[in-house]
Write a protein that binds this ligand. Structure first.
Ligand code: WTA
Length: 645
């Protein structure tokens, strides 16, 4: 733990929404009297029927309900209720991949009309309340229309990141029985195009339930439209009404499904519901980022991930905010792009992932210092631990030493920020997520479940429910219970390691399960392994993470080939391509080592601990290898490590 502490800036202590005292008072009430606290917070939203039952939750047995007799509509809360005051205010500045392409400005009135049209098109295509709609779209305005249109009519969206392969897309479509997919002709990222419609065409033979594909024209690429199945969005939109009634939704009706990786098996469809989710993230957006009316807020996360769902879309809109949405990547056309966008739109709060910060730090300070960034008030990070060096660079070079940083720890399953500084209340420590959000009760336990008090390091659990918590895994509630609530019975186990320092501040140390965090993207080692063993020439595979300067973690794969197959550089290349094709570019192995054998216990369990050490070149710390069925395997792996490519 770095010893450095940056005290709250005096002006922030005075002026921010949440001062030290206010944080303490609100936090105390939120955990001592959650019913009163969240009943009050629910008033942030417009309810068709206000909730009278606030918290009805238990982690043993698992049953989570918030605001269960409340009725509302999320799209109404994000758009309609703002129209009177903010109809002509900007909702989104949309910035294209390349600065020379045309940008778009979308007001709340325009958002309303386009979302209504989208909703009417979905209805015409037969979509009804409760139906699952899969979105496979780039970061273009239409993805926000599509998500909000689903929310408007009570359909459940499942956004699949547009970098995933056809195979991965098909699996996610099938898991939630979607009959409709919304996509675009192509996506753009960093000057390259991604053939999204073609990927959908390739996926659908493996997802036979889909009978409609709604296609947004974006790049104008030549694509094939299948008669009776494929519909152009712009053609359908022209023929529908520009108004669509909202569907009243129970607070506990599902709002969306978002697939994320676990340590075993296929990705899980995490289900979030309407009322608690929106209440919580709306409060988080206002307090953690200290959003003030008229500020320009930019969360750089893609809508394919939870950070995008909560902070690119729903939370800012729920607060009537002005946001930036960006199609491209941090370093295209060059490493100044983020900072130029900040200057162009006078961004006040900027939120991104440590991996982007590290990559831009590597490009050198000039790309930053030649821009103004005077509009910036606050910086945020999420998605993975931020190393103190990157934190300091973000603070001093990007923020000129005057913008507080909020290092927000949370997860797809938590819906919103869980452990985070408040800029007017929390002293900052580079690398520490610091202090719990309202209603969040963290606890550290050892591997046997003993509670660790005071200064300690252990496994991070959360003791009680918070409104934005996921309610289930789609189609597999038992898996939800087993994954999160059985390791430490009656507690939500985060699968993250964590230290608490002498001041009571929390430092997330990273996953303690077999989930990798590669450039802020969650990836199950099991998913990469199963992609590898599905290759004809591969007999076995084991995947571990290793420290990577920019990505945080890199993907290191050990591959055992079928008997008689010769290892070669070409084959290594093919196998990496194979994983890329099976899952998507984000899963491409960084390093691959052929392994004649893998270290296993006598019962056949692969000893990943040893594989991790070898991947880290840390050969002197292998620990006890006497329990291996064949300890000589380890020597071979160490000797062969030069052969990885
Ligand atoms: C990691 C992203 C350290 C953590 C919002 C968690 C973090 C996983 C932080 C969830 C942070 C997220 N500091 N680690 N500020 N934020 N993580 O579901 O390991 O994509 O379990 O949600 O990212 O990733 P997910």
């Amino acid at each position: 733990m770095s010893g450095k502490t940056y005290p709250v800036f005096e002006t922030w202590a005075q002026n921010a929404h949440i001062s030290k005292q206010k944080y303490e008072d609100m936090y105390a009430q939120s955990v001592n009297n959650p019913d009163a606290f969240w009943a009050e917070q629910a008033k942030r939203l417009d309810w068709i029927k206000e909730p009278t039952i606030i918290k009805n939750t238990s982690f043993d047995p698992v049953s989570i309900k918030w605001f269960e007799d409340g009725v509302l509509n999320v799209a109404h809360n994000c758009i309609d209720r703002h129209l009177e005051k903010r109809g002509d205010q900007v909702a989104f500045y949309w910035e294209p991949d390349h600065p020379d392409q045309p940008a778009q400005v979308i007001t709340y009135n325009q958002l309303h009309e386009r979302v209504c049209r989208f909703a009417n098109v979905l209805k015409e295509l037969g979509v009804k309340k409760g139906d699952r709609v899969t979105l496979y779209l780039p970061m273009i305005p239409e993805i926000t229309y599509a998500m909000l249109a689903c929310a408007r009519i009570g359909a459940v969206h499942s956004v699949v990141f547009a970098g995933f392969s056809p195979e991965a897309l098909a699996g996610r479509i099938n898991d939630c029985d979607s009959t409709i997919v919304i996509t675009a002709d192509e996506g753009r990222r960093g000057g390259k195009t991604i053939p999204l419609k073609k990927n959908v065409d390739d996926a659908l033979p493996h997802a036979l339930g889909v009978d409609k594909v709604l296609v947004v024209e974006h790049t104008g690429a030549n694509i094939t439209m299948k008669g009776g199945r494929d519909v152009w969005w712009h053609e359908a939109a022209a023929g529908v009404d520009e108004f669509c009634e909202i569907e009243p939704m129970n607070a506990e009706d599902p709002l969306f499904i978002l697939y994320t990786s676990g340590s075993t098996g296929k990705p899980k469809g995490v289900v979030h519901t309407a009322g608690g989710y929106l209440t919580y993230i709306s409060l988080a957006h206002e307090t953690v980022f200290n959003y003030e009316d008229g500020d320009v807020f930019w969360c750089g996360a893609d809508l394919g991930w939870i950070t995008g769902h909560s902070f690119t879309l729903y939370a800012p809109l729920s607060n009537g905010a002005i946001s930036v949405m960006y199609e491209g990547v941090p370093n295209y056309p060059d490493a100044s792009r983020f900072w130029q966008i900040i200057d162009k739109y006078k961004v006040n709060q900027f939120y991104t992932a440590p991996t982007a910060i590290r990559a831009l730090m590597g490009a050198g300070d000039d790309f930053v210092t030649k821009t103004s960034r005077k509009s910036l008030k606050l910086l945020g990070t999420a998605g993975e631990p931020i190393n103190p060096e990157a934190w300091e660079w973000y603070f001093h070079v990007v923020g000129d030493g005057r913008c507080p940083i909020v290092d927000t720890w949370w997860q797809t399953e938590t819906g919103g920020c869980m452990i985070t500084p408040f800029p007017g209340a929390t002293d900052m420590k580079p690398g520490a997520a610091t202090t719990p959000f309202f209603g969040v009760k963290p606890q550290l336990v050892d591997n046997d479940g003993n509670v660790l008090d005071g200064e300690a390091e252990g496994n991070l659990c959360i003791l009680d429910s918070w409104p934005a918590q996921a309610r289930t895994i789609y189609g597999d509630h038992q898996r939800f219970v087993e994954t999160y609530f059985t390791t430490y019975k009656g507690k939500y186990f985060t699968s993250d390691g964590c230290k608490r320092d002498a001041d009571g501040d929390y430092w997330i140390t990273g996953r303690v399960d077999d989930v990798l965090n590669v450039s802020g993207h969650r990836m199950g080692t099991a998913e990469v392994e199963s992609a590898l063993v599905s290759h004809d020439l591969v007999s076995e595979a084991a995947v571990v993470g290793y420290p990577h300067d920019v990505k945080g973690q890199g993907i290191y794969v050990y591959v055992t080939l079928m008997a008689g197959v010769k290892q070669s550089d070409d084959l290594a290349k093919d196998l990496r391509q194979w994983v890329r094709k099976e899952i998507g570019p984000i899963a491409t192995p960084d390093l691959l080592q052929f392994a004649p054998d893998l270290p296993k216990t006598r019962s056949g369990k692969i000893m990943r601990r040893i594989l991790r050490k070898i991947a880290e070149d840390d050969f002197s710390n292998l620990g006890d290898i006497s329990t291996l069925a064949d300890p000589s395997v380890v020597d071979t792996l160490i000797n062969d490590r030069q052969n990885r490519s």
